[in-house]
Design a protein around this ligand. Structure first.
Ligand code: PLP
Length: 394
């Protein structure tokens, strides 16, 4: 992989050549091909879909269908198992409000709020028990999975890669434990779909959620994958146009998945842009993407460990690095980095319960992606060194 070459495909770096953008876990930048795909859709193919009988409407409908099959192929799903949503948050909310199951809910302490709150609300509303899986060295503890998942569990919601730690959780083992207890599994792949090959058949989660905007796609795009037989039994999340077979005064027949869960006019241009993003990533190869992020994260972790007052939270093998500075609040550290043109995230990362567990008031997080270079890493480390010196002296 040649990140310097890849960088040339991203117009934002023409505008801001000095920018070391290391906030990719929040959202990624967009290559020219994605921007063009969205723009060309509006210039050449724009129409509502699934309704019109004219050529332009057919072309738009076809573009949306093609986008769905491209994204399905990316995760080895069938097209009718891929529901387009706005983001991971919407995917989790859709599921929590549409899925009926007996038994309690098992979440993890490291869960992002959007993976946690929809299920906590469901538990409140339906009087379900909630258990939490613990964290061990930046990963969900298998021991706690064995302790907490049992025949009373109806659903387990876990993240593939935590946005705080950046390490891959042992999800295959947890999914097996859940299935042995007849529990459903929802996998939050918001941080894994952009960074590693994702094969839903192989991994065998019942539902998988991820966001397009974190993997080069447009904002407002995301995916909920669900096993066909489960989607067919689910109540629609929203009702309205585009999701019915027939509506009579006394009876409504809903369409099958995925249309059943996509009421109203969808984000057609966004889906087309997401398909272009998938194509871009496939051209690079997800194994290469994964190796590159991990290599840069490893360099950052190694460098940070040598800086006085810095405490690294992410474990070895992570694809991002979260850290704290003994002498300063994460926001202050991020501000020093900002002054050097290094963009990172600071705060609780929408994972407040995990921050409480870690006994920190937040963390600074640097998350690399395909266009980040060794130079970005050097710039980052140099700025953290400076931050540590400034705050140590004050
Ligand atoms: C692990 C994880 N889950 C869920 C989300 C929510 O994603 P979105 O804001 O796109 O809905 C994020 C976003 O940072 C995340 O990192």
């Amino acid at each position: 992989m040649k990140p310097e070459k890849i960088r040339e495909d991203f117009p934002i770096f023409d505008e801001r050549p000095e920018l070391a953008y290391l906030d990719n876990a929040a959202t990624s930048q967009k290559p020219e091909s994605v921007i063009d795909a969205v723009e060309n859709f509006y210039r050449e193919n724009n129409s509502n879909i699934g309704r019109g009988l004219y050529e332009l409407a057919n072309d738009a409908t076809q573009a949306y269908k093609d986008a769905r099959s491209k994204v399905a192929g990316f995760i080895n799903a069938d097209s009718d198992e891929v529901i387009f949503v706005r983001n991971t948050t919407e995917a989790e909310n859709l599921l929590a409000s549409s899925l009926d199951f007996e038994g309690g809910i098992v979440l993890s302490k490291m869960a992002h709020h959007s993976e946690q709150l929809p299920w906590r609300r469901k538990a409140d509303e339906e009087d379900k028990n909630i258990e939490y899986l613990g964290t061990e060295n930046g990963k969900i503890s298998i021991k706690s999975a064995k302790d907490k998942i049992d025949e009373d569990t109806g659903l387990v919601a876990i993240s593939h890669i935590s946005n705080v730690f950046g390490a891959e959780n042992p999800v295959e083992e947890i999914i097996e434990i859940a299935h042995d207890n007849d529990a459903l599994v929802v996998l939050d792949a918001a941080q894994s779909a952009p960074h590693r090959p994702l094969d839903v058949k192989d991994i065998d989660a019942d539902f998988v959620a991820f966001s397009g905007h974190k993997m080069l796609g447009p904002s407002g795009t995301g995916v909920l994958y669900g096993k066909k037989e489960l989607l067919q039994d689910m109540r629609p999340y929203q009702v309205g146009g585009g999701m019915i077979n027939s509506v009579e005064h006394d009876e409504v027949k809903y369409a099958d998945a995925p249309e059943r869960f996509e009421a109203g006019t969808p984000n057609v241009a966004g889906a087309v842009g997401l398909a272009a993003a998938v194509e871009y990533l496939e051209d690079i190869g997800m194994e290469n993407v994964s190796a590159h992020s991990k290599k840069l994260a490893e360099k950052m972790i190694g460098g940070l460990e040598e800086i006085e007052g810095i405490d690294v939270i992410s474990p070895e093998g992570a694809n991002l690095v979260s850290f704290t500075c003994e002498y300063a609040h994460p926001h202050d550290v991020a501000e020093v980095l900002n002054q050097h043109g290094v963009a990172v995230r600071a705060g609780h990362h929408c994972a407040q319960p995990q921050m409480v567990e870690l006994d920190v008031n937040g963390a600074t997080r640097a998350s690399p992606y395909i266009y980040n270079t060794e130079e970005d890493v050097e710039k980052f480390l140099e700025s953290v060194r400076e931050a540590s010196e400034i705050f140590n002296a004050t």
